[in-house]
Write a protein that binds this ligand. Structure first.
Ligand SMILES: Cc1cc2nc3c(=O)[nH]c(=O)nc-3n(C[C@H](O)[C@H](O)[C@H](O)COP(=O)(O)O)c2cc1C
Length: 358
């Protein structure tokens, strides 16, 4: 794999370049976390605290980074996390990121707060594999319509985000007074009659804070698509997910944007894998920035990782090509990590592949 010459070489370099290009409002919105941003930082540190235990003199001349998630074989385990408002980073918005994901062989998870509709994204990247992230809004009709569109336009799963009954304390946005401009309105928000510039706090108020496991069970029962619950951090909740008809969980703290000082996905993952790894498919996100992080995630029981901010940075730097480069470089790094760890097939990773530093 060769990256375009003029693009950054690492995710960290994409982050720096994007920060130079973005206005302070969107930059703070993308980069920020909740409260003192301790979880935001810990998401990065947690992967770094884990050491890889490499094996040598293993034939790694042929490698397979593939994984199976929701019963389908995927070429690699790097998925695009649902993030809102790609139109703030680039005028092509989600159409560009969906095309980039399709080209990179990555599952693309479209946010309920996207600046493009499920139909528009499906049309932009018809060959791509796509999931729809669902916020259950107080106006259930709007969520029902998103589900209907997902079914109609070939989305393969519903990813219900459950860690945002209310918006976390987002001090960066409060400081910059950032409001999402009308020009990048999300169709779902428009459908709720909201126009003009509005703060994320106002968006948060659109979401139904009364959602419970009973709603999840009902959705899983009625839905034509498998339901994945995103935002689980304890084995107790992972077990409840399995008991309520859910096909997968995303171990996630929403990129450190919701409840500050909760555990990083990397730290929450092993106990959740122990509890439900044989019953539901586990995906993890938060702070995945290197191929070695992907290897550690799979070693600890995840079948895939989701990547949030890095894809936005790629989009901000060079639209579709930038987002594609971010995904390609993670896939390439993961391949090198597999070879150097002496595990030619991703399916061969296990707890023995890593060591938690004391
Ligand atoms: C700018 C931004 C917007 C986000 N919007 C959503 C969203 O609409 N729905 C959702 O479930 N998660 C959302 N998330 C959380 C991501 O899906 C994911 O959990 C997180 O970004 C992963 O961490 P990372 O950014 O360190 O990779 C958002 C995250 C960011 C940074």
């Amino acid at each position: 794999m060769t990256l375009p010459m003029d693009l950054p070489r690492t995710i960290a370099d994409f982050e720096l370049r994007a920060a130079e290009l973005l206005d302070s409002g969107p930059q703070g919105y993308y980069a920020g976390g909740a409260g003192d941003e301790l979880t935001l930082r810990d998401n990065l540190d947690a992967w770094r605290r884990i050491a890889i235990r490499p094996r040598v003199l293993v034939d790694v001349s042929e490698r397979d980074p593939g994984t199976t998630v929701l019963g389908r074989r995927r070429p690699h385990p790097i998925f695009v996390a649902p993030t809102a408002y790609h139109g703030l980073a680039h005028p092509d918005g989600e159409r560009a990121t969906a095309r980039a994901a399709a080209a990179a062989g990555a599952v693309f998870c479209l946010s309920s707060l996207a600046t493009a509709s499920p139909a528009e994204v499906a049309e932009a990247a018809p060959e791509g594999e796509r999931w729809l992230q669902l916020y259950v809004f107080r106006d259930r009709g709007v969520s029902d319509e998103l589900v209907r569109a997902a079914v109609e336009h070939g989305y393969e799963a519903l990813v219900v985000t459950v860690d945002l009954p209310v918006l976390g304390v987002r001090d960066r946005d409060a400081r910059t007074g950032y409001a999402i401009p009308d020009a990048v309105a999300a169709p779902s928000v428009g459908a709720m009659g909201k126009t003009g510039a509005f703060s994320m706090l106002e968006i948060g108020e659109l979401i139904d804070p009364s959602l419970t496991w009973a709603d999840i069970a009902q959705l899983a029962e009625r839905s034509e698509l498998p339901v994945v619950v995103k935002g689980v951090l304890t084995p107790e909740d992972a077990r409840l997910a399995a008991e309520h008809g859910v096909a997968g969980v995303v171990v996630s703290n929403h990129g450190g944007r919701q409840l500050d000082t909760v555990a990083a996905g990397a730290d929450a993952l092993p106990a959740i894998a122990d509890a439900v790894g044989d019953r539901v498919d586990i995906v993890v996100d938060g702070g995945v920035r290197r191929g070695t992080d992907v290897l550690k995630a799979l070693a600890l029981g995840a079948r895939a990782v989701m990547v949030g901010r890095p894809v936005i940075w790629g989009l901000a730097v060079d639209g579709e090509a930038g987002a594609r480069a971010v995904l390609d470089l993670l896939v390439a790094e993961f391949d090198v990590a597999l070879a150097l760890a002496g595990v030619p097939r991703a399916s061969g990773l296990g707890p023995e592949s890593v060591q938690i530093r004391g």
